[in-house]
Ligand binder design. Structure first.
Ligand SMILES: Nc1ncnc2c1ncn2[C@@H]1O[C@H](COP(=O)(O)OP(=O)(O)O)[C@@H](O)[C@H]1O
Ligand SMILES: O=C(O)C1=C[C@@H](OP(=O)(O)O)[C@@H](O)[C@H](O)C1
Ligand SMILES: [Mg+2]
Length: 174
């Protein structure tokens, strides 16, 4: 199995589904946000406040390159927006966009003080960010799944796509 990178807006379920998938596929689970926090020994709000958002974006772009093999990577909602990062991830493995509606995402994240974009933007501003990101997640992913569903259903869909990817990849390798 090649690495699986989950992308999508904050609250779409990347971390939750990723952890579940890794258990089901006996793969290693990496939460890119967690990995950054552990390596930097700072929380995400601290990194944003003390080093700035561009610094955090560079860390994402750098650290996402550290994983190989049977791994499920829950990216942070901004990581796959960078074209070179997405290109790397699609070469390395399979990028899956968890597409959940804005209202679903917002209800899940609205009170979270650990997500600086949520703290620093109004609901209307977050909706505008969501709308501007949607086409980029689409463009930069290999597959898209409907994430307005139960976690079991979403995980099942992803497993089918990962199997499809493995088949295609074997074929192209000959
Ligand atoms: N399909 C789902 N159904 C119900 N709750 C979900 C689902 N996916 C995620 N959640 C919950 O929504 C919240 C945000 O999910 P999370 O995985 O942290 O999102 P992300 O990593 O994409 O920002 C968590 O409390 C999680 O348990
Ligand atoms: O969308 C974003 O720009 C961000 C999403 C967060 O991860 P989740 O998508 O897991 O919430 C985290 O990386 C950071 O707060 C920035
Ligand atoms: Mg997450």
């Amino acid at each position: 199995m090649r690495p699986v990178y989950l992308c999508g807006f904050m609250g779409c379920g990347k971390s939750h589904i990723g952890r579940m998938l890794a258990r089901e596929c006996t793969a290693v689970f990496i939460d890119l946000d967690r990995y950054i926090v552990d390596n930097q020994k700072m929380t995400i709000p601290e990194i944003f406040a003390q080093k700035g958002e561009p610094y955090f974006r560079d860390l994402e772009a750098q650290y996402i390159r550290n994983f190989r093999g049977r791994t499920i990577v829950a990216t942070g909602g901004g990581a796959i927006l960078r074209d070179e990062t997405a290109e790397f991830a699609r070469k390395q493995g399979v990028v899956i966009f968890l597409n959940a509606g804005f209202d679903t995402c917002y209800e899940r994240i609205k009170n979270d003080s650990n997500r600086p974009l949520v703290v620093n933007n109004t609901k209307e501003q977050l909706k505008a960010i969501y709308d501007s990101r949607l086409p980029v997640y689409r463009k930069n992913s290999t597959f898209e799944v409907n994430a307005n569903a139960s976690d079991r259903i979403i995980a099942g869909e992803i497993i089918k796509l990962v199997e499809l990817d493995a088949k295609r990849h074997r074929k192209t390798k000959g």
